[in-house]
Design a protein around this ligand. Sequence first.
Ligand code: SF4
Length: 376
Amino acid sequence: MAQILTTNGSNVEATLPANTPNHAPSKVPDWAMDPVTLLPTEPPAGQPTGPIAWQTALKRAIRSGRELCQALNLPAELASPRAEADFPLFAPWEYVARMQEGNPRDPLLLQVLAGEQEMAPQPDALRDPVGDGPAERLPGLLHKYDRRVLMITTGACAIHCRYCFRRHYPYDTAPRGREGWGQSLLSIADDPSLDEVILSGGDPLTLADSSLAWLATQIGAMTHIRRLRIHTRLPVVIPQRICAELLDWVRQSPLTIYFVLHFNHAAEIDQPVRTALRQLRQAGATLLNQAVMLRGVNDTCEAQTALCLALVNEHVLPYYVHQLDPVQGAMHFAVPDASAVAIMAEMQTKLPGYAVPKLVREIAGQPSKTWITHSA
Ligand code: SF4
């Protein structure tokens, strides 16, 4: 087993190849010294890096703001090593290649670059803004809503989103691997009130396909479970993650499989992403998207409309736009409810109804997401 960086900065076992290096930030990226893969030390920004394996893409991801700024011809002062120490920066080149060089307001850059504003006092912010802790049925198994449970399968992600509501989640307490998941699977098998299982994290697609296929088989053997939902940002970030092995287990599963993707901006959708989405669809999966309304990234009618059109053009239904969860370190992304509601109202005049997502907020302890239709 290798070690991989979790969104809270600690290292856990993951099912990446044994030679996958530790993702802890360092001055010299460890992939640059990897004697096995002999990767280039600095792929050119702005150019797709070609169809390398997704594990390799993870290994050579950018892990420092200074390196990211250098790649995009931006001043190094934009980066905050202090903020990175709190929540490490992690951005694969495949994602960075879609950013605009020299633009400090690039909507993709703002999602990953750790800035000093994260360190400002944020009195209304919480470490567990959505009540994951109280919703734990077992370590790593959350039961918030009727009919469905959510498994925290891993703490690893393919990107570190600065607004992540689980950036402080205690991933070290969540069981991992086939043995670790056993208690959760027994609990699901014993509960006929459930008919859907959600695989989340972290990002479940950082797991090896052998592990995911095993999980899908175990869950598929429970006759009361009809649907498997996979919450992932990997097809957005490293589209070559949609590989033949993944498509095989998706195609073969007796479950109805939903992928809930996480696109926040139309500029995230390029040709490799379109190909990955088409392959998922052709394997029989239904594709939904949940975005987060983020100040400076997508808080205009134009940006949200362009995203929704780009999604429906690829057969992805815009499902939710979340208001920011008030998590410590991310409050500079918050958009007032009045502005978000006005954006949604304007979008309704510009899009077919099926392309307009619901604006929601997750409130800890509530039996469903709360639909925001007007501001207080
Ligand atoms: S938002 Fe999702 S992909 Fe991004 S850091 Fe959080 S769990 Fe990972």
